[in-house]
Design a protein around this ligand. Structure first.
Ligand code: SF4
Length: 250
């Protein structure tokens, strides 16, 4: 399913919308998402601090808001714990998109279980099989995906818009927290007693798969703990958000 041509915003309409929503609070953005897309919109969550705060907001706007994740089968136990806490707290189903078992088996048979430590090519292959391909499948059936990206996370995220046309998937990508800081997210989570990943209290600002995430020292870049053995500091993305950015979604 893709957003039909007749329902797409023109470039001018998208620019005017972003001008308005850039000044709006995240819940106003989510209200727009809900009114325009209803059940054709899904939050894609990795259950980091931004994502749990964002789903709390989305759920307050619409208690039937859809929540999805990529279960790579290599996530930390603490992430599965917060997923269960979220299910119970909001009485919601988490749509878990998992890798193709045959593709994982082939990758492991050829390159080993911990292939990602042996070269960037292996790591990218693993991320592709466990994350990118399942995301492509997930996005094929929705008209809008909602993310917890923030501009001050740096890298390609520095110039994201609130609403972007994702040309690669023929749908809209919505980033209601684009203008927020980490401190705002933290305050929201505390104020609303949102269940969050306990690894955040152990020095993990950014949490991905267990073998590819470590704690960071005070003052270190928040994403330094992701694929820390790789030397390129600008290569701290797994491909999930780059695809849309590179294909003219904003
Ligand atoms: S983060 Fe690591 S384990 Fe997870 S998909 Fe990427 S390379 Fe594989």
């Amino acid at each position: 399913m893709a957003v039909p041509e007749s329902e797409r915003l023109s470039d001018e309409e998208l620019a005017a919308l972003n001008e308005r929503l850039d000044k709006a609070a995240p819940d106003e953005v989510l209200t727009w998402v809900n009114q325009r897309f209803g059940a054709r919109a899904v939050q894609m969550s990795s259950f980091g601090l931004e994502d749990v705060a964002l789903f709390d907001m989305f759920w307050r706007v619409n208690p039937a808001a859809r929540l999805a994740t990529l279960d790579t089968w290599r996530l930390p136990t603490e992430t599965y714990t917060v997923m269960d806490q979220t299910r119970l707290r909001y009485k919601t189903r988490i749509e878990a998109h998992q890798p193709d078992p045959e593709a994982v088996a082939a990758l492991v048979a050829g390159q080993g279980f911990n292939l990602f430590y042996r070269g960037r090519e292996n790591r990218v292959s693993c991320c592709h099989v466990r994350k990118v391909e399942p995301l492509e499948r997930a996005l094929a059936s929705i008209d809008a995906w909602v993310t917890g990206l923030r501009r001050d996370q740096g890298m390609e995220r520095g110039s994201i818009a609130i609403v972007e046309w994702d040309a690669a998937h023929s749908n809209y990508k919505v980033n209601p927290l684009a203008n927020w800081t980490f401190d705002q997210v933290r305050s929201y989570v505390d104020e609303h007693a949102v269940p969050y990943n306990e690894l955040h209290d152990q020095g993990y600002p950014s949490i991905g798969c267990a073998p590819c995430t470590r704690a960071v020292a005070s003052g270190e870049d928040p994403r330094a703990g992701r694929w820390w053995w790789e030397s390129d500091p600008n290569a701290k993305e797994c491909g999930l958000h780059i695809v849309a950015l590179a294909t003219g979604s904003r």
